[in-house]
Design a protein around this ligand. Structure first.
Ligand code: DP6
Length: 328
């Protein structure tokens, strides 16, 4: 048995979003989603199992993780232990390439890296599909951080059938995700609680009825490199997600005034010929999906907006990988 392994995994931005699950224990979603891996938002994780460890132990960026974070990692490790038929406790060290408090959710990259490193350390030899399912058990969106480039995560009733697969490699299309950080705080309502509330919105069933169409259009536009069609649906899907959030009971509002200001700005830039579309996950920071030729102009304009605290430029990149360089 190997016992110790390290993996690196990117975060991802959903072009069509996951919100609401059919099974909250296995994180089985209600609809397919399509995403792009983010080159500048990665997590590197080393997992070591040992009979000497009395309990699971987690450090993030050199500091002890909170009880909540440690519990979540432990629950994910339990799935790995069960698969491998072991009961050993683990030491987990994790480092993010993006600063903590950058307002970037790290759970997709964190749980994809934990799944890949943890499975190897536990002596399991899983293929990409199995690793994607395993990553999903830690955080739904982590399933999409396992394959390369652009991925589609399939909604299904059974654990083994709900995995993400690559639609295109990173070199297929060098589009950009420019993330404008307008708030560095933690989100008020965690995604897991948000997923549970989705069905309380009267708009949720209308959203689900559109998801197949959104996914079909985004997939086709991605494969045919039709940027305007893809951007239009990405923006529409994000707005529909936030309409559901705002109209759930209780209402969840992830946008702040800076988010609305940026949304308006991006739409007015578009009217001036800058191809850029916005999308928001469960937070206030806009991800601006654009083409490389508009990068400098967008960066210049973002720097003139006082609410923008920092900017992260991402390209599509490969998915989770084992590496030979341990963190301890
Ligand atoms: C709005 O349950 O994967 O980002 O709390 O990070 O584990 P974590 O989130 P998760 O939900 C993500 C929801 C979303 C949309 C998406 O990424 O598809």
């Amino acid at each position: 048995m190997i016992l110790k392994a390290t993996a690196i995994a990117p975060s991802n931005i959903a072009f069509t979003k996951y919100w609401g699950f059919r099974d909250g224990k296995l994180y089985l979603p209600n609809n397919n989603t399509i995403s792009m891996n983010l080159s500048a938002c990665k997590t590197k994780t080393t997992v070591e199992f040992s009979p000497e460890f009395k309990e699971d132990f987690l450090k993030i960026n050199g500091e002890f993780a909170s009880e909540k974070e440690t519990k979540r990692a432990s629950a994910h490790l339990d799935h790995i232990r069960k698969l491998a038929g072991i009961s050993l406790r683990a030491k987990v060290y994790s480092e993010n390439s993006f600063p903590k408090g950058a307002g970037i959710a790290s759970s997709a990259s964190a749980h994809a890296a934990l799944a890949v490193a943890g499975a190897k350390a536990a002596g399991l030899n899983l293929n990409e599909r199995e690793l994607s399912c395993l990553a999903r058990l830690g955080s739904g969106s982590a399933s999409r951080s396992v394959p390369d480039g652009f991925s589609e995560w399939v909604a299904a009733d059974m654990h083994e059938n709900s995995f993400a697969h690559s639609l295109a490699p990173p070199e297929h299309w060098k589009i950009l995700d420019i993330t404008a950080i307008v708030s560095e705080g933690e989100k008020k309502v965690g995604s897991v609680d948000g997923h549970r509330l989705a069905a309380t919105s009267p708009l949720y069933s209308a959203r689900l009825a559109h998801m197949k169409e959104h996914n079909d259009k985004v997939r086709k536009a991605l494969l045919e490199k039709d940027f305007d069609l893809m951007g239009k649906i990405i923006e529409k899907d994000s707005l529909s997600l936030h309409a559901v959030m705002i109209t759930s009971e209780p209402s969840i509002r992830y946008w702040n005034s800076a988010s609305l200001k940026l949304m308006n700005a991006i739409e007015s830039w578009r009217a001036q010929g800058i191809k850029a579309y916005h999308t928001f996950d469960a937070g206030p920071n806009p991800h601006i999906i654009t083409l490389p030729e508009f990068r400098e102009e967008i960066l210049k304009r973002l720097k003139e907006i006082p609410e923008v605290k920092s900017i992260i430029v991402n390209e599509p990149c490969e998915g989770a990988r084992l590496i030979n360089e341990h963190l301890f």
